[in-house]
Design a protein around this ligand. Structure first.
Ligand code: SF4
Length: 321
């Protein structure tokens, strides 16, 4: 039977008015993707490419300018906050900075139990038992429940953030750079824990990171974003060996290679220059100001996202036959 998407995003767009409404920040433009149950989409791109705006627009921290967000076939993009509440427990978020996302004046118990009470799922002794259970499952223990966030290391704080996200048994978890702020030695532990929870609970992940190496071991499909647009999507196994978009090729070539011999043999197609302002977008392809393969048409027409064969979809005139 076909594995239906648990999360589907259609033409999602988020613009912010600035300078008294005279200018528009194109934070997110026309982004579409879907994630089947139990799978992971890794979303990557430089800072400011719109990946975190995408996450916040999906969960309605930002209101979408246009486009749709479906959770299990239900469009939540235009629901009023009251209608939205029951759907919020299906989609939870793990944030990049576990310290600022945890209330410093609440105990760990209260932080993790809060969503249970907000959704009328459990309170009192039952809620406490559920908190102790999830603490154990993220590698902490019941003694940690009475402490405050500042008493923990960065890795432990991220475990608390994961416990808070998972206590509601969501269908979808948006992981917004969950390992970027952690020591390298802790990153693998957190990734492995997230993978174990995915297998155990059938979770569907949108996993956001700023470089391709971070999503390599967690993603089934990888999406690459540039200046608010999705510019390439592909099965994770294929994107690392056969990237099509010049920007994806540049991102991959900037990943350090541990072997000096392999590094010497690697052909660098690094990305030059700075990312343009999302207020003054370049005409045509948004990557044309930095692309080593830019052609005249690239400065005139914005390329559409097209099927490029295999599992690839790419927005680039090089493949627009
Ligand atoms: Fe480069 Fe042109 Fe492709 Fe844009 S459309 S990535 S400028 S070749």
């Amino acid at each position: 039977m076909e594995n239906k998407p648990v999360l589907k995003v259609e033409n999602l767009t988020k613009h912010f008015s600035v300078k008294g409404g005279r200018k528009v920040v194109h934070a997110l433009d026309d982004v579409s993707f879907e994630i089947p149950k139990g799978k992971t989409l890794g979303l990557v791109g430089e800072s400011g490419c719109g990946k975190s705006t995408c996450a916040k627009t999906i969960i309605r921290i930002h209101e979408p300018t246009s486009g749709k967000v479906y959770i299990n076939d239900t469009d939540i993009s235009t629901m009023r906050q009251k209608e939205l509440k029951p759907y919020r427990k299906h989609i939870q978020m793990i944030f990049q900075d576990p310290y600022s996302s945890l209330n410093s004046r609440m105990t760990v118990h209260d932080i993790i139990a809060e969503p249970l009470q907000a959704h009328n799922i459990a309170s009192g002794k039952t809620a406490t038992e559920m908190v102790h259970d999830i603490l154990f499952r993220v590698g902490l223990n019941r003694d940690h429940a009475d402490r405050y966030a500042h008493e923990f290391s960065g890795g432990q704080r991220q475990r608390i953030g994961i416990a808070r996200a998972l206590i509601l048994k969501p269908d979808i978890v948006i992981c917004d750079e969950p390992i970027s702020a952690l020591d390298v030695s802790i990153q693998a532990q957190v990734v492995n824990m997230l993978k174990d929870f995915q297998t155990e609970m059938g979770l569907t992940y949108l996993f956001i990171a700023h470089d391709l190496s971070m999503v390599r071991y967690v993603s089934d499909v990888v999406g690459v974003m540039y200046l608010g647009r999705l510019i390439e999507t592909c099965d994770a196994a294929e994107i690392y060996t056969s990237p099509l978009h010049p920007y994806t090729q540049g991102l991959l070539s900037s990943i350090p290679i541990p072997s000096p011999k392999a590094a010497r043999e690697k052909i660098s197609v690094g990305i030059q220059g700075d990312i343009p302002s999302p207020i003054d977008l370049p005409p045509g392809c948004r990557f044309s100001t930095r692309c080593p393969k830019s052609m005249p048409i690239c400065k005139e027409q914005e390329p559409a996202m097209l099927d490029a064969g295999g599992s690839h979809c790419v927005a680039c005139h090089l493949y627009n036959k």
